[in-house]
Design a protein around this ligand. Structure first.
Ligand code: ADP
Length: 793
């Protein structure tokens, strides 16, 4: 059943439903705004109030002298000097009224009518720095305090000694409301930026670790995350949420100090490393500043707030370098690679400069708001760029996949096409070998046989390779007899080595389990390749095959094969290229040895498909050892029977030595290729079987109506009516005397899994072209009624 395409489902989601949902969302938002603007204020704020505390202040000097001062203002004072200011409280004060002072890195004591009322010093709650952290102080007043003198004493160890900020009066709720309203934009932007950058960081991490896709946005969102975190640490309302402000305040500086690192890394990535050396300097500076300032803070030598200028220099250096490289890229016409980011950085630069001017002018106007807007702008630009990159990379990938698919299809088609003429060459050559007695012609025919077999092997390799590359190769796993597999391997190994002056050794662990579950055909293919190579590349000495196993658990073993030869060996620098496709090594030495350079690549891919591994150890000039490890499920743990060199059981059941005839048998061969028909006739000549031929499905059906056949060979791909259709019509037509005849699929389609496919169509067996005479004999012996077969010595 075809899979449902969910993406399509989404795309075709009914339009009216989409419109309905959009309409509902718009209405809900509209109602939200209208109701909040026009309906009465239900907040419990009638009784809460807050206003700036307007009063006459005097500074009381040590000698008792009183000097009038403005509040807010900067009163001249030494670091650590205690400044005392005094004022008269209003004539009427309600209980619950508070005075709110803003203490910037200051220790504070408040007296009313000479009585100590309030003390602020974080000495006991901080473990580094020697100043109390900046915060709002709330001094509660009583009605009895009305008209009394309030004296406010403060001192600071940093540049804020003598800085007296604005004083607010009101109830707590009213004061907080006032403070929050004054910083709404800043709070909202900072929180939004924080959440957005955090979201981007998380998305990038998910893409990296789950989907293995690296986005450069990762570094930039981390940089902006640090910026927004710094802004959060500076928010007015922070003291409502943070239990220990003293420790938290350090994070404002650490965040600032960390910004250059991901920022420069980001730029380096999108500029393809063009300015890596230049970025080295701000990075070194920032690293030094980070460690030195942290050490100074930890050891209470200098507080972060006193060394902030170095952090600012680092940031300026970072942004200055970045802007310079962007300008150079603009001049060298590289900027088009990241135009959005360039614009984003210029926006950030503008807001950053404005922010610093406002900070050093002590206006207290923005404290991060302007910069936050610049950062938001940059982040949005970076998100746009990443979106573009993702789309571009997806498009490239798609194109690459399409190109590869086209190539794979072409190769598969070509291999199929090439098999057809090879079929004719092998078949016709077989006829020459059978019918010709002249020894020199026999010699030529043997050469043709060798060459065409090799060509056939190559085509088969290409077919396998293209199937693996396009991910279409599936394992045909089943229960199999390990001793049969090993016996076949042993025979093939000996056959390959025959005629070469090398000794072959086979060492099989007798404790191997007798029955396993897996794809024995593919295991054999891998080992045949490695053994053939070992024989091919060894001129003298020996080739040894060792088979043993390692128990994984009760159910599984790792089947281990080791093939050691004393051949030419592989150079160390070539080992890494060994499993590359179409790579042949050491061509000077191997020029005379035939090969495609595909075998080991296929072997490795097959082993990996079976969740196994393949390793090589080799010494150039001395020999190589290939190890193959494949996990297999145990079906029967009984140890295998001993392996001898006689042919395997399964193969011998049907093949009897000697020749046979079947003069009373009639066979129909259906193929659209006339050469194939005459080849088949030629191959069957010796058996004396009566052969009819048909050039297509239609003609075959006509013939089958007239005569009963003992066997029908049916080609698959034929014009007009193909083999499968002809078979179905034959089976359906009960009046046809051949409706239940044995029909064999005859096809050049030789990919693994084909047998199952043809049996699924209803064929009784499958026979692949090129026709090999001995296999054809096997098939006939198996499929023809036994009473028709006569054995000939
Ligand atoms: P080929 O068809 O060329 O043998 P393979 O993929 O099987 O292709 O092997 C790739 C290359 O690895 C060979 O061309 C040969 O140079 C080298 N090679 C493989 N097996 C051995 C071996 N046992 N000894 C030395 N060289 C080997």
């Amino acid at each position: 059943m075809p899979k449902k395409d969910n993406t399509n489902l989404l795309l075709t989601y009914p339009e009216p439903i989409k419109k309905l949902v959009t309409g509902i969302i718009v209405l809900l938002f509209a109602y939200l705004f209208i109701s909040q603007i026009f309906l009465p204020d239900e907040r419990d704020i009638e009784n809460s109030y807050c206003q700036v505390f307007q009063s006459e202040w005097t500074q009381i000097k040590d000698n008792g002298e009183r000097i009038p001062v403005d509040v807010p203002s900067k009163i001249p004072a030494e670091l650590g000097e205690v400044v005392t200011l005094s004022t008269i409280l209003p004539e009427t004060i309600n209980d619950g009224t508070h005075l709110c002072f803003y203490a910037i890195w200051q220790d504070v004591d408040v007296y009313i009518d000479g009585v100590h009322r309030y003390h602020y010093n974080t000495e006991n709650s901080r473990h580094m720095g020697n100043s109390s952290i900046t915060r709002y102080l709330f001094v509660e007043l009583e009605s009895a305090d009305a008209g009394k003198e309030l004296s406010y004493q403060f001192s600071s160890n940093v540049k804020y000694a003598g800085t007296m900020s604005q004083v607010l009066i009101g109830d707590r709720y009213g004061i907080w409301q006032h403070l929050f309203e004054g910083s709404t934009i800043k709070t909202v932007i900072s929180c939004f930026l924080f959440l957005l950058s955090l979201f981007c960081v998380l998305i990038c991490l998910i893409l990296k670790y789950v989907y293995k896709r690296q986005l450069s946005l990762h570094s930039l969102s981390l940089a902006i995350f640090f910026c927004s975190f710094w802004m959060l640490t500076e928010l007015e309302v922070r003291q409502l949420f943070i239990p220990n402000l003293s420790a938290f305040s350090s994070y404002a500086y650490w965040s600032l100090m960390l910004i250059p690192f991901p920022m420069l890394i980001y730029l380096d990535e999108i500029q393809n490393g063009r300015y890596r050396k230049v970025y080295f300097f701000p990075l070194i500076y920032s690293t030094v500043v980070f460690f030195v300032l942290t050490a100074l803070q930890i050891f209470n030598i200098k507080q972060f707030t006193q060394t902030l200028i170095f952090v600012h220099i680092g940031l300026l250096l970072c942004i200055g370098t970045i802007i310079t490289t962007i300008i150079i890229d603009f001049l060298k016409k590289h900027l088009s690679e990241y135009i959005f980011i360039g614009i984003g950085f210029f926006g950030l630069l503008a807001t950053g400069v404005l922010e610093m001017i406002l900070y050093y002018m002590d206006t207290g106007l923005t404290m991060g708001t302007v910069l936050a807007i610049g950062l938001l702008f940059l982040l949005i630009m970076a998100i746009i760029k990443s979106g573009q990159d993702l789309i571009a990379s997806d498009r490239n990938k798609q194109q690459a996949i399409m190109a590869k698919n086209a190539q794979t299809k072409f190769l598969a088609n070509m291999s199929h096409e090439i098999r057809t003429p090879i079929n004719v060459i092998i078949g016709m050559n077989e006829m020459i070998l059978r019918e010709n007695e002249d020894s020199s012609i026999q010699g030529y025919a043997h050469d043709i046989q060798n060459a065409s077999n090799m060509l056939l092997g190559l085509v088969n390799d290409i077919l396998d390779f293209t199937k693996i590359e396009s991910g279409q190769l599936e394992l045909a796993e089943d229960t199999y007899n390990l001793s049969t597999l090993l016996q076949d391997l042993n025979l093939l190994f000996k056959a390959r080595a025959g005629g070469k002056p090398i000794s072959t050794k086979v060492d099989i662990d007798t404790n191997l389990p007798s029955k396993l579950y897996g794809d024995d055909i593919r295991i054999k293919q891998v080992l045949v390749n490695i053994l053939s190579n070992a024989v091919k590349y060894t001129q003298q000495g020996s080739v040894t095959l060792k088979v043993y196993c390692r128990q994984i658990n009760e159910e599984y073993i790792t089947l281990c094969f080791s093939v050691t030869d004393t051949g030419i060996g592989i150079k160390e620098e070539d080992l890494a290229k060994l499993f590359d496709s179409f790579k042949r090594l050491d061509l000077n030495k191997n020029r005379t040895i035939q090969g495609s350079g595909l075998g080991l690549n296929i072997a490795k891919q097959l082993v990996e498909l079976m969740n196994g591994t393949i390793t090589v150890k080799s010494k150039y000039g001395e020999g190589s050892t290939f190890n193959v490890y494949i996990p297999q499920k145990i079906i029967d743990a009984q140890p295998i029977e001993s392996i001898d060199s006689s042919p395997s059981q399964t193969k011998t059941t049907t093949s009897k030595t000697g020749k046979f005839t079947a003069r009373n048998a009639t066979v129909l061969v259906v193929d659209d290729n006339a050469v194939n028909l005459s080849l088949m006739k030629g191959l069957l000549k010796r058996t004396l079987i009566k052969v009819d031929t048909a050039s297509g499905g239609k003609q075959a059906l006509e013939l089958t109506k007239e005569k009963t056949y003992d066997l029908i060979f049916m080609d698959h791909m034929m014009p007009e009516m193909d083999g499968v259709e002809a078979l179905h019509l034959l089976r359906k037509d009960m009046s046809n005397p051949n409706h239940d005849a044995t029909v064999i699929a005859l096809t050049a389609n030789a990919i693994s899994g084909c047998r199952e496919q043809y049996l699924g169509y209803g064929f009784d067996d499958y026979f692949s072209k090129p026709i090999q005479a001995d296999k054809l004999d096997d098939l006939l012996m198996r499929m023809l009624p036994q009473e028709l077969i006569t054995w000939v010595d």
